[in-house]
Design a protein around this ligand. Sequence first.
Ligand code: DP6
Length: 415
Amino acid sequence: SEKMAGHGEVLVSTASAPTNIAVVKYWGKRDTKLNLPINSSLSVTLHQEDLQTITSVAIGKDFEGGDRVWLNGKEETDLASNKRMQGVFSAIRERAGDVVDEASGEVLVPSAELKTYKIHVVSRNSFPTAAGLASSASGYACLVKALSQVFRVKEAHEGELTEIARAGSGSASRSLYGGYVKWEMGTRDDGVDSRAYQVKPEEHWPNMHALICVVSDHKKTTSSTGGMIDSVRTSELLKFRAENVVPARMKAMEEAIAAKDFPAFAELTMRDSNQFHATCLDTYPPIAYMTDTSHNVSRLVHAINNESSSGPICAYTFDAGPNAVIFLEEDHVEKVLKALLADFGPDSAESSEPFVRGQTTLPAADCMEAHPLSDANKHLRGNLKYIIHTRVGPGALEVTEEEKVLVDSATGLPK
Ligand code: DP6
């Protein structure tokens, strides 16, 4: 995918990365510079067919204007000089290898020189940032993957790249791998043992699906970074959770995943989300991420599960915002989607984009026709903006298709 490369030339590499949703949540840091957490966490990687970041990196000796970053078509000058971004750049530069001609073995650019190259990052999300879906996880994972490729970084130990992504954004450590991923908190001050591992690949439990319920009214809420600082400082419940609840829950969650025990997975997931939001309310002053709509989705999930004689068939989880992510096995998607649409379906057929998108496509008009609303719950209609149907998927990947590359390989500028 790459033409080589003497002096004055531009090196380009491209990667894609997924988002992930934690089922044992990361909340609270023991070191805010390195993003070292107060507890371990565990997540499911979502499929890149439905939600994905693509990042191209161009590096060049002669780039004027230093390191630069373009996000979703717009140059972000603050981001390029941001501490976390620069931290990732220097962690990668420190580990740069030689650029070697594959055929002859000749060193084209020695690592000492490669380190001095300036960096251009051009990145795009396949999902709307305004929907309030976490983009820092896929964003930093993708950046680290693309940078590691172009700077010829070879991991000195398994998971070294996840440490670098972690320093960009904690949850990004888990987006390098597919399937079911844990981030071990570690104990060292330098963070070398705070990295992610794959618990099971996506093929182990491939019929794990998710319905992302995007809530209509998005007010600006407290950022994860800021919220965690306040929670660590003021919440005794958070300290109790980290020390006395999470260690056993991590073990139980790993066992539930190994056994593909959905009822166990579901109860642990819902309890963990609820406890995370309880620690937010225990923060002083309190942080409230869930809205009335969030609580109404949670109630519906419990109502569906109460009717099941074989234990829970769906599980909600909420992050630092009001959107619900509902995990469920493929067999139950139709039933749960039907129940969601009956309560929270669209209130207008006039929408250019389908109300259900991703693995299933359903235009708003079809939803309204197929799922007439129960009178009792008429007030809930319109409270969701749309639903993304997705499933468990693979981790970060190198992208080689020329049409997906976001930078011009001659100039190093966005295409
Ligand atoms: C609620 O990874 O976004 O989604 O490390 O400050 O960048 P920073 O925070 P971030 O926090 C994610 C918090 C969460 C839970 C989780 O993903 O584990």
